[in-house]
Design a binder for this molecule. Structure first.
Ligand code: FES
Length: 177
């Protein structure tokens, strides 16, 4: 991996470290920075974070593998999480998951060949009052219907096409780790 972070991002890491009595406590937000930048957390990134925070590699690896919010392989530009826990399940969450899986031709934790979408079935995301809900990257969509999901997919696909023309590449929108 080339440099994990830019000088500006390293300043942000230093700021995060300063917020805790033990700098190593900044591990979760630093891992989150990596995922936001690259879309996933590679083994090289784990090694680099371990060095940066002076933590054992095995410890950082264990933390990344423990939290399901961290991806250990590349996900799509738009990572769609569908809640199928009790409230969402009772209000159509499973139908939404089935629709997405069929429409995109992918299953749990898979991504489309063009790298635009990935899909994940998740447990309660704390938005039960808006069930059924999905999340796309960091945005929540509550009280959502299959029809609305279909419209969203079309919009996002268009947006991905437009930006890949602008960027002149067909990547999933993240720098290569
Ligand atoms: S059950 Fe779906 S957000 Fe809580």
């Amino acid at each position: 991996m080339s440099e994990l972070f830019t000088p500006e991002e390293l300043q942000e890491v230093e700021h995060l470290k300063s917020l805790y009595p033990e700098p190593q406590a900044a591990l979760l937000p630093v891992l989150w920075m990596v995922q936001r930048k690259y879309g996933w957390i590679s083994l090289d990134a784990i090694r680099a974070v371990a060095e940066l925070l002076r933590l054992p590699y095995a410890h950082v690896l264990g933390v990344v593998r423990f939290y399901t919010m961290f991806h250990t392989e590349p996900m799509g530009r738009y990572h769609i999480q569908v809640c199928t826990n009790i409230s969402c399940m009772l209000r159509g969450g499973e139908q939404i998951l089935t629709f997405l899986s069929q429409k995109l031709g992918i299953g749990h934790k898979q991504r489309t060949p063009d790298g635009v979408f990935s899909l994940e079935e998740v447990e309660c995301m704390g938005a039960c009052g808006g069930a059924p809900m999905i999340a796309i990257n960091e945005d929540y969509y509550e009280n959502i219907t299959v029809e609305q999901v279909n419209e969203l997919l079309e919009r996002l696909r268009l947006s991905a096409q437009n930006s890949s023309h602008t960027e002149g590449n067909g990547t999933n929108g993240h720098p290569t780790p």
